[in-house]
Ligand binder design. Structure first.
Ligand code: ADP
Length: 448
């Protein structure tokens, strides 16, 4: 097993990885920017190294500084968390060149899935159903028009290098197509340095359903059920739950098996998520994330499997924790992403947390790196913490969530807690009756 893991991340996920390492008896190295000297992950790690000034590109994305930190501390593997370098294939290769382990998939698979056009092509070859759209990148408007007419408007223009909802534009009619292509292309060029775009049918009221998978890199892979992440704002997930309120056990097994089989064929290593849109009983692949996801605790709650710990074990050549038959989905879990933002305008609200009281009790989990007196710096994402609640049924889970949301106190900054307190009492949410546009329509006060 690895002796010492360097955690190339910050915030709640750095803490999450640290916890798994402690349980496995592995020493930990935290890295931090000068803005994070007082952060919880730094306090709890066995050792810490300052790797640069506040901007991410000079610290958490600074590969030479991370290599130096490994060298100084004698770390033998790196856990990238999510975001930052977690889906950077070159980083995985550089670590290998320095005889350091990367706790994540093989570089070739990160690269393949990082290009959404290639990912879709691979998914199709592996028998995974995809959204109807262009075969590859769109080269000119005539070609785009032909594809759009064949699949029917509205269509979605998406960036091959896209992520975080950027580089995506809807064309309602043929008149909008040229503008959507140039806007999405420009946005992608400036955000990702790659302007290639492709077309997809724009689905009207789908749900976002994703399958968690885990592979041993030698042809063994299992799926751990789904998460429903349909409640989104600007294509960013806000509330995630599992199982999905609309999926039957038969549909779950069918799509889960398709995904696990594809991962066995690829000899995929580590955790991964295969994301689908789901409409009228059909699944449509949109992308694969080759890392641990923010919402992984939902799956941990309903399967009892520690995904980060197993991710470390398989990265070290270990076996899968269970066979597919041994995986059972028990009860229901919901995660709320609590952000330091105004709950109406969503303007970031960094600053000092004057009072903090996390909720507790049966079935309640908080994954957060904040504490009373901690100042949320303005340089990074605005996640204060994740509240994950588990119950025997969805109704029990909602009941507990309502109670936990009323109990939690985060004072001194604005947070999205009031939004969750309203959502958990909304009839559509209680009925599980929502889709990917529901939240934006709710926030706009319009028809859902
Ligand atoms: P990103 O990598 O930027 O997160 P995704 O491809 O995962 O992009 O899509 C993010 C979200 O955008 C989805 O969860 C869904 O809400 C919306 N979306 C993506 N593709 C489509 C589509 N074809 N039709 C309708 N909505 C879509």
């Amino acid at each position: 097993m690895f002796d010492k893991i360097l955690i190339a991340n910050r915030g709640e996920i750095a803490l999450r990885v640290l916890r798994a390492c402690k349980e496995l008896g592995i020493a930990t190295v935290a890295v931090h920017s000068t803005a994070d000297a007082e952060a919880m992950h730094v306090r709890l790690a066995d050792e810490s190294v300052c790797i640069g000034p506040p901007p991410s590109k000079d610290s958490y994305l600074n590969i030479p500084a991370l290599l130096a930190a490994c060298e100084i501390t004698g770390a033998d593997a790196v856990h990238p968390g999510y975001g930052f370098l977690s889906e950077n294939a070159r980083f995985a290769e550089i670590l290998a060149e320095h005889n350091l382990g990367f706790i994540g998939p093989k570089a070739e698979h990160i690269r393949l899935m990082g290009d959404k056009i290639e990912a879709k092509r691979t998914a199709r070859h592996l028998g995974i159903p995809v959204v109807p759209g262009s075969e590859g990148a769109i080269d000119n408007i005539d070609e785009a028009m032909k594809v759009a007419e064949a699949i029917g408007f509205p269509v979605l223009v998406k960036a091959a290098a896209g992520g975080g909802g950027r580089g995506m534009k809807v064309a309602q009619t043929a008149d909008d197509l040229a503008l959507a292509i140039s806007t999405a292309g420009n946005e992608a060029k400036s955000a990702f340095g790659d302007a290639s775009v492709y077309l997809e049918k724009y689905l009207q009221k789908p749900r976002h359903i994703e399958i968690q998978i885990l592979g041993d890199g030698r042809g063994g892979a299992i799926h751990l059920g789904e998460r429903d992440c349909s409640l989104q704002r600007r294509h960013q997930k806000v509330w995630e739950e599992g199982p999905s309120p609309v999926l039957t056990a038969e549909a779950r097994t069918r799509i889960g098996e398709t995904c696990a089989k594809a991962m066995r064929e690829m000899q995929y290593l580590g955790v991964g998520t295969i994301e689908f849109l789901y409409e009228d009983g059909e699944f449509y692949f949109i992308e694969m994330n080759t890392r641990i996801q923010v919402e992984h605790p939902v799956t941990e709650a309903i399967t009892g499997i520690d995904l980060v710990l197993e991710q470390i074990r398989v990265a070290n050549g270990g076996d899968l924790p269970a066979t597919q038959d041994q995986i059972t989905i028990s009860g229901h879990a919901i995660e709320c992403r609590i952000n330091a933002e105004n709950p109406e305008t969503f303007r970031p609200s960094p600053g000092k947390i004057l009072r903090y009281h996390p909720p507790g009790g049966l079935g309640v989990r908080i994954d957060s790196a904040v504490y009373q007196g901690y100042t949320i710096p303005p340089y990074y994402d605005s996640l204060v913490g994740k509240l994950i609640v588990h119950g025997k049924t969805r109704a029990e889970c909602l009941m507990r969530l309502r109670r936990a949301l009323d109990e939690i106190v985060v004072d001194g900054i604005e947070t999205t807690l009031p939004l969750f307190r309203a959502l958990v009492r909304d009839h559509d949410i209680i009925d599980g009756d929502y889709h990917i546009h529901w939240l934006e329509q709710y926030l706009a006060g319009g028809d859902r």
